[in-house]
Write a protein that binds this ligand. Sequence first.
Ligand SMILES: Cc1cc2nc3c(=O)[nH]c(=O)nc-3n(C[C@H](O)[C@H](O)[C@H](O)COP(=O)(O)OP(=O)(O)OC[C@H]3O[C@@H](n4cnc5c(N)ncnc54)[C@H](O)[C@@H]3O)c2cc1C
Ligand code: SF4
Length: 345
Amino acid sequence: MNPVTFHAPQAHAEALRLAARDGAAYIAGGTNLIDLMKEGVMRPASLVDINSLPLDTIAPTEQGGLLLGATARNADTAYHPLVRSGYPLLSAAILAGASPQIRNMASDGGNLLQRTRCHYFYDIAVPCNKRVPGSGCSAIGGLTRQHAILGASEHCIATHPSDMCVALAALGAVVHASSEQGERRIDFTDFHRLPGANPERDNTLLPGELITAIELPPAGQFAAHSAYLKLRDRASYAFALVSVAAALDIGPDGTVRAARVALGGVAHKPWRVPAAEDALLGKQPASAAFEACAELLLAGARGHGQNDFKIPMARRAVVRALGQAAAGTIDNMHAAPASAGKEPL
Ligand SMILES: Cc1cc2nc3c(=O)[nH]c(=O)nc-3n(C[C@H](O)[C@H](O)[C@H](O)COP(=O)(O)OP(=O)(O)OC[C@H]3O[C@@H](n4cnc5c(N)ncnc54)[C@H](O)[C@@H]3O)c2cc1C
Ligand code: SF4
């Protein structure tokens, strides 16, 4: 690992000033960044530790939503009583990821910024446009089991690996960001980007910009009917081949009043298609409507040989997740400790 200067600022303005320097990177839980530094994939000149900043609270907003501080831990978020009651979809998605130890360390802001799990991105001996722009893409024509079927480009076919982000996309979250130039809010659907000709850029955050919080809008309408379905190679401790965050608002007449569906593991960002969600409106929550929704979500999907299976798998997963959501929110938090807080190791 290259030598690196470590800063632990106590004040927000100091953190922004230090991060504005060339080669600086923020560090929160370090569960992704330290691995990348060990492999030589990322070589920051300095680290700005944000764990002393007061960014770890989870609190209701005046609008009836919830603000998740950037350094709130994934475990604390998943087990927070207001998240469990109002946003069970988010709890389920977080708990479907990683391991208890990692969720205890991983921060909410860091989860959004975790890098792809493409094998070639981690192997500095081979070309990768995301790691070294213009060097080529080793995945195209190579091992593609994990790779994208939607929104890819000739420069990169990587996927975004987060589970939490799939639920945040479905829930319509907003990212709060801060820099020496000021504060701004970024709609979750605009936060991550498709690779296009610049796969080195995962998201629309500017250099030195700090995520301070993630805002969840009021979402009581979806609390009773949501599901996170994650399909992967092992039952635990594996990234999604395909995942689905599904949320329905079902009216008194039994038809769908509002719907949200996001796919994970299939693109460079959580994948939402408004027309696919609109196709469910006014319909009985049953197979015919779910299948029509899945067709629209997967429109234009293209495999790369080894990952062709993801297309039919994603279609079936959408239908299954919507069925689970319609039946009622699944409590897949059976491993939860009795009170909010750190998970047992
Ligand atoms: C073995 C293993 C298995 C995993 N499995 C899963 C899984 O199944 N599903 C899943 O979703 N995730 C999984 N993860 C990923 C894990 O969730 C992420 O590593 C974690 O969320 C990153 O958070 P962190 O706080 O540790 O980030 P760090 O490693 O500290 O930082 C990650 C990146 O974010 C930047 N950063 C951090 N905080 C901020 C901020 N507030 N503002 C601006 N920049 C910031 C850093 O500069 C760095 O570039 C796994 C990780 C490991 C190691
Ligand atoms: S898919 Fe993207 S991350 Fe993977 S080798 Fe190609 S350019 Fe790199």
